[in-house]
Structure formats: structure tokens, C-alpha cells
Design a protein around this ligand. Structure first.
Ligand code: TXA
Ligand code: MG
Length: 318
């Protein structure tokens, strides 16, 4: 079973011998390994049971280390880095030859970001290689936002989990690529709102694929899925429609007539940041309760709300 601890030296020593370590970031916990080593990368795919057509994000702590991984950096990418790094923004940039094809699933762009978590930044500073880190959950399941979440599912497969407390953002990074003309293209909604990105670089394109097509990596229709059925919509009405099924409720800010333990209010004050922080923990909790169906509702479709609703939709998709 993985040890959960806060020892950066121990984490670094495992990573240096190609082992995997659970690491905290501000978004979600990652399953980290040496991003330049094929053996470590393969372990990540195996441990997550993730198909190799779904590429991994590389994490670095400095621009110098980034420069070794990429061929060129478009002007608007630079502006976004200046504004949002360290932070929940992943950029797709043309990769250098140093980067193994296995990391990018053969694509010519690498996904990179500088995470905003002091423990993981210290860890990266100890290492002379970047860390590949997908979310530390089995493929298709809800992302982990605490060390215990990681331990619950992957604890038997990895030696160590660095505990950095609950994740501050709670949703994965926003992924931005660039067209041939340098126009920013958002590929995944996440911890930074579209509006905030537009404020820096002007208009952006959206290419968020909602399909079951494996050619669109990671953007699968069904993702973030707990084991239980989820129905999204007017909770009051859906409660009334249930006959024999026992419900759990995930609401945005209101309370409903179900047993306390089967109710998770994402943010009693109606704050989207708080809802984002709680959404994955709420799905995990409901998955463990003795209920038959999860009734949830969309949050306001603005700022982080768009990313929360995206996760809910994928969690409910079959
Ligand atoms: O916040 C995050 O981004 C977290 C933390 C741990 O950093 N990581 C994360 O990784 O969410 P993962 O593997 O669960 O999701 C990464 C997404 C996948 O949908 C993958 O398909 C996409 O990024 N991706 C990675 N490399 C790519 C590439 N070269 N081109 C296109 N998409 C890529
Ligand atoms: Mg993931």
C-alpha cells in the first residue's frame, strides 16, 4: 500500500528510479512519473488502465525546463504563461525531439503546464526531468482532489503519495492550443474561465469535443463517471418522479428533503469557486453511499460554472 506523506526527498527518490508517485496540484492530484522515460510513461498508462492514444501532460517548474521540451512558443502562448503560470492552464506546443512519442501518443504537440502547488514545485526543482502526470484516477473515473482519494483507488499500485491537502481549484486545468495562424483554441474547459483567457489574448476558438470518438483524446463523452446512475435536471421534480429508487442529491446551493448523508450542497453561498472545489468529492461521496441514483443540477453557466457543468454532463453520460 502506498505510504501517504509529505517528504519531498522520498518522493524524488522513487521518481528517480522510474517509480510513480501521487502528487498534489492546485487542480487535482496527479499520477506522476519521469516524462522523458518510456518505462515510467508506460507504467502510468498501465496503472491508470488508460489507452495509449490518450496523451499525458508534462509538468515543469521553470521556463528553462519548458524550453527543452518545445520547439517554439507562439506570442499568445507567452502572454498566457506570463499571466496564468503557475496555475491551472495547460498549453499545447510543438514538441522537441527530446520528448518521447509515447508521452504525446504520437502527436506533434506536447501538453505542458507549471502547477501552482508549493510542494510539487519544490519536488520539480529537485528533479532534472519533467513529470508526466495525468489525474490520479483509473481511466474514466472521477478525478481525485485529496491524497486519500488517490490512495483509495491506486494505493495498491504505487509506493508513495505526496500529501498536499485538498486541491484548491478542484477541476483540471484549462487546455489551450493554437491554430496555424496563432489563434488560441480551447480544448478543455477547466480551472481558468474562458472569459479570463479572452481578457489576455482576445477572441478564442472553442473545440471541445463531446463525442465517444477515441480520436479526440480525453474528451470522451463519458468521463468522470462514478459507478452510479446520475440524472441532471430539476432536483425537486426528479425527486417526485422517483418510485422505488433511493436518491442522493448533489445541489448547487439549496437544500432538499433527503437524509443528511445523502445530500451534498456544493456551495451553500452559491459560489462557483467553492462548487468547483467540491464537485469531484461530492461524486465520490455519493458513489459510496447506499443510494441507487444521484440527482444533480447544473450550476450557473458562467466562469468556472461552464467547466463544472461539462464535468457533470460527462459524469452522467453513458
Ligand atoms: O489539471 C490537470 O491538467 C491535471 C493535473 C494533474 O495537472 N492533469 C490532467 O491530466 O487532467 P489528464 O491526463 O487527466 O488529462 C489531460 C488531458 C487529456 O484529455 C489528454 O487527452 C489531453 O490532456 N492531452 C494531453 N496531451 C495532449 C496533446 N499532446 N494533444 C492534445 N491533447 C492532449
Ligand atoms: Mg483525467
Amino acid at each position: 500500500m502506498a505510504e501517504i506523506g509529505t517528504n519531498i526527498e522520498v518522493a524524488a527518490s522513487f521518481l528517480k528510479v522510474k517509480d510513480l508517485v501521487g502528487i498534489p496540484t492546485e487542480t487535482v492530484y496527479g499520477l506522476a512519473g519521469n516524462a522523458l522515460d518510456e518505462e515510467a510513461i508506460l507504467k502510468i498508462y498501465e496503472t491508470k488502465e488508460r489507452p495509449q492514444f490518450d496523451p499525458l501532460i508534462a509538468h515543469v517548474d521553470t521556463r528553462e525546463k519548458l524550453d527543452r521540451l518545445v520547439e517554439e512558443i507562439p506570442e499568445k502562448a507567452r502572454e498566457l504563461m506570463d499571466r496564468f503560470w503557475p496555475g491551472p492552464l495547460t498549453l499545447l506546443l510543438k514538441k522537441s525531439d527530446r520528448v518521447p512519442d509515447l508521452l504525446t501518443s504520437g502527436l506533434d504537440r506536447i501538453a505542458v503546464r507549471v502547477p501552482d502547488h508549493s510542494i510539487t514545485l519544490s519536488l520539480l526543482a529537485e528533479l532534472d526531468f519533467p513529470l508526466a502526470a495525468p489525474s490520479a484516477n483509473p481511466f474514466g473515473y472521477v478525478s481525485p482532489t485529496t491524497a486519500l482519494h488517490v490512495s483509495d483507488q491506486l494505493g495498491s499500485k504505487i509506493p508513495y503519495i505526496l500529501d498536499g491537502g485538498p486541491c484548491r481549484v478542484g477541476l483540471e486545468s484549462t487546455i489551450v492550443g493554437f491554430s496555424d495562424h496563432g489563434t488560441p483554441v480551447i480544448h478543455r474547459l477547466g480551472g481558468i474561465g474562458i472569459e479570463d483567457i479572452q481578457e489576455v489574448v482576445g477572441s478564442v476558438d472553442l473545440e471541445i469535443n463531446v463525442s465517444s470518438d477515441p480520436k479526440a483524446p480525453g474528451m470522451l463523452k463519458s468521463h468522470y463517471a462514478p459507478g452510479k446512475k446520475i440524472i441532471i435536471g430539476d432536483i425537486e421534480k426528479n425527486l417526485a418522479l422517483l418510485t422505488s429508487e433511493k436518491p442522493g442529491v448533489i445541489s448547487f446551493d439549496k437544500s432538499y428533503e433527503v437524509a443528511d448523508r445523502n445530500l451534498f450542497i456544493l456551495s451553500p453561498d452559491g459560489r462557483l469557486e467553492e462548487a468547483a472545489r467540491n464537485i469531484f468529492a461530492a461524486l465520490r461521496k455519493m458513489d459510496k453511499e447506499e443510494i441507487d441514483v444521484i440527482l444533480a443540477e447544473y450550476v450557473p453557466e458562467e466562469g468556472l460554472g461552464k467547466a463544472i457543468n461539462d464535468r457533470l454532463k460527462r459524469a452522467a453520460a453513458i
